[in-house]
Design a protein. Structure first.
Length: 61
């Protein structure tokens, strides 16, 4: 019973992803600490992302 609060705290941390696992939106992959996806040949980056010239990819905002 004494450690119940501790286990609940750990469960809350795992449930919220507080251990540093960053998740990328669908169709994006993590690269260099950013969520990126290839830029379409004819078109613009999808909504919620912007073009990064240095990476030559669309980066999630």
């Amino acid at each position: 019973m004494r450690l119940l609060w501790f286990f609940l705290f750990l469960l809350a941390l795992v449930g919220t992803g507080a251990f540093g696992e960053s998740t990328c939106p669908p169709n994006f992959e993590p690269r260099e600490g950013k969520c990126v996806t290839p830029r379409p040949v004819h078109g613009t980056c999808r909504e919620g992302s912007s073009y990064n010239v240095g990476l030559n990819m669309c980066v999630a905002d």
